[in-house]
Unconditional design. Sequence first.
Length: 208
Amino acid sequence: MGVLDEFKTAGVFVNWWQTIRYDLKTVISTGWHHTLIPDSYLIAEYFRLEADEIEALEAKISEAQRELSEAVEFAAETANFEADDSEEGEEKLTATTIKKFLKDLIDDLAEADSASAVKERENYKKLNDDITTLENSIKTQKAALKLKQDELELKLKLKRIGGDEVKAETQELISQNATAMEGLNPDKKEDKKKLTPSLKIKQRWNVV
């Protein structure tokens, strides 16, 4: 098309060679390996939908975190929160600190029965509930994001090396964890922590 002259064309090739030469040397010395395929290539070709879902969840989390920050600042302003200074520095304004502050205010007004006190207490409760709702939403979305990311990671692995090897590896992990899960009580906090990795493996197996 006459857009590039011979020197520009040579420059394009040189730039490509500088980028790819180490991969080519690896192929020459050790042979082809599936790890040489960048994730971005496989995602663009096969898993665009999954990537879009992850990006959408990340955007929702970012928006929810912004809303949480605004809710914390609004609560601090409404409740006249003042950070305490200490030797370690000024107290940071976080969801945890403002919720504790609001709880103290609510407790202080627990016995008051005047109309103004009741209204003030309910206002503090609403501020606290709004922050808690946003925190729970972020927690739920982060869990969903982690699950989607794990699924995509597994799908990329399946695409690279095939299902049989992944199934064999996962089945072995399930067998090992089934033995470790025997006798554990999911209602106990310590046992529940031990059960979590096994449940994740089962989720991965369902995807396979």
